[in-house]
Design a protein around this ligand. Sequence first.
Ligand SMILES: [Zn+2]
Length: 569
Amino acid sequence: MEDLKELITKLAADNALKHGKASSKAVLGKLLAIRPDLRPKARELISLVEEVVAEVNEMPVESLRNISPQVKSGKKERKRTWPSLEGAEEGKVVTRVAPEPNGYPTLGHAKGLLVPFIYARLYKGKFLLRFEDTNPRVEKLEYYDAIRDEFLKLLEAAENELGLSPGKWDEEIIESYHLPEMYELAKKLIEQGDAYVCTCPAHVVREKRKLGEPCEHREQSVEENLELWDKMLSGEFGEGEAHLRLKTDMKHPNVTLRDPGIFRIIEAPHPIHGDKFRVYPVYDFSVSVMDSLSGVTHAFRSKEFEPHVDVQLEILRKLKLRKYRMIQFGRITVEGIPLSKRYIRPLVESGILEGWDDPRIPTLRGLFRRGILPEAIVRFFYELGPSKVDATVNMGMITAINRKILDPKVHRYMFVPDPIRASIDELATPAEAKVQVHPNSKELRRILVREPKVYISQSDIRDLKVGDEVRLRGLVTVKVRSVNPDEVSLTRSKDQKIKGVRIIQWAPLEGGVPARILVPLTPYSYEMLGGYGEPALKDLKTGDMVQLIRLGFARVDKRKPFTLILSHK
Ligand SMILES: [Zn+2]
């Protein structure tokens, strides 16, 4: 018995630290959750719990902390639990995230953002955001802004959740502004005899690289190459007619290293520079040069680029540029939900999805619109760690974290899906119902019932028989008198304190707010629940989060028609 009291005291202290005051109901719930063996004795435990909670609510905060030492006050200062970064020195680490502005970021990009950010902050270093915008055909201005907005939301959340400050990048670099410098470096390579302009058609280049045979252009003089390079820049060659290749070894065992192309012509307007440039570096060139020039010490990239590491090192060696550490990390896939733009784009273009922010897809904006908090995404990736292996994650892992963050703070509301009218005999009106805004709070919301008519859900009526009793949350306990297809007749129960009756949600006929709840199922489908909510729903704003009693957590998506998106149970 003493042990039990100790356990209850600890739970009450936890609860009080979290919410200011402990609630007997919450403490009892928690107790029965961790000690299911006590469930048959729940009723006898109530008085003990109430007694302990009353004691705990009189205690000063300091004593509560002694009882419940794992709950600390103030901002959470996280200890560094991530594996240390090889060769990293405090204050000298520079990392970056380098997105290409060719689409809206997805959950997969969140790892590429958070891993280098977290390391930069853990080592009190610098974190860069660099737009790799040197493939204009697929890039658009709107994507730069989307990336900035959504990355910032995650980094601010990382500051709040993990205490990694400042929750922002230290510098933004737009790679395309550095094209003139890259042209200079290309010229330097030509002058050193380390690069040549090849005008072979692509299929010939591919074949010869496979066979390890040089083409005639490999023997051109520096002067010839410089002249051809100028022609590439000035527009005398069309797309695909010429490219600059690095001179390495046409018989190298790594085929990627056999005279790889480093600059090519792309005849598409650039989202920032329009037609100003027509020659663009390939990824291997721009990434290695930009990382080196911008001071990056540790560059994180996903594993698929591994065969290219040798090419990048060769470029740095020939240009005598500073080397840095290249660190591979595993990619993220979401079980059952494709993340690739190739999959999502046709669904957006065909109108099956409403756009890139559709809550059925795991783009960051889709997740936010669904009510997945940036904090939940940050916590998830922090706990996952910087793993080098590819991982398949389940949305349930993220929604579980989201629920943990939302549950203690969002208010509860009643919503009645598939409603049927119910009249209540012997209920004196106007009546006032009182519902708790949150199980851990004493705050009550009042609902005015002007006439004895309410909506209740058909699904609650389905398994009720005439004579059954049920409680309308916060209003009245009723007995079923008759059930007709369009109306249910109820009467106020004699015994209002009767135990063990089911509690159901309801909405007043007058003042009930018509609303629809969208339940995302797959990228193709929603389930839609229509019905009425309690009057207070109309005070919510777009973006507010609520818990709909017995349905789940939801985010207000728009007010006309009043629409919520179900985040998760
Ligand atoms: Zn050639």
